[in-house]
Design a protein around this ligand. Structure first.
Ligand SMILES: [Zn+2]
Length: 155
């Protein structure tokens, strides 16, 4: 699997992380599928108010609205433009998924009530106000989580 970031994504994430300080923030990742198993993250939603210092829980209503807005903006071309996963920050911890993060994402893809059978989890952390640490983990129904890397990291 190849994951790329559109050029404005990393600067936008950094700005959001600066503003949030020590609060965890996060949202959903939206992507364009470029080829089989090849995605470019072109947008993300941000819920700056649900996070606390150590935990992030997104507001379902707010994020449903963000998903609808993304679909409207991309002409409801779902096979090309769709939800790719979740992101959140770990301002006070390493940019690695916690046990709870892994459980939450596993539940998301394994849960029969949801249509989601594949989702990425991107965790980001600002270092020295500049550098952004990240981890990316792919969750797919019936498979153990596995690490993914960005194909076009600039910094
Ligand atoms: Zn986390």
């Amino acid at each position: 699997m190849r994951i790329e970031l559109a050029l404005d994504i990393e600067p936008r994430l950094r700005t959001a992380l600066h503003r949030a300080g020590s609060r965890e923030i996060g949202g959903m990742l939206f992507a364009e599928q470029l080829a089989p198993a090849r995605f470019r993250i072109i947008d993300f939603s941000l819920d700056p108010h649900s996070g606390s210092r150590t935990n992030f829980r997104r507001d379902p209503a707010l994020h449903h609205a963000a998903l609808t807005a993304f679909f409207d903006k991309t002409g409801r071309d779902f096979s090309r433009f769709n939800y790719l996963g979740e992101w959140h920050s770990h301002p006070s911890f390493p940019a690695q998924p916690s046990r709870e993060d892994i459980d939450t994402m596993t539940d998301l893809v394994e849960n029969g009530r949801s249509e989601i059978t594949f989702a990425l989890l991107l965790i980001v952390r600002l270092r020295f106000w500049m550098w952004m640490d990240y981890s990316m983990t792919a969750f797919a129904q019936g498979y153990p989580p596995h690490r993914a890397r960005l194909a076009n990291r600039i910094i």
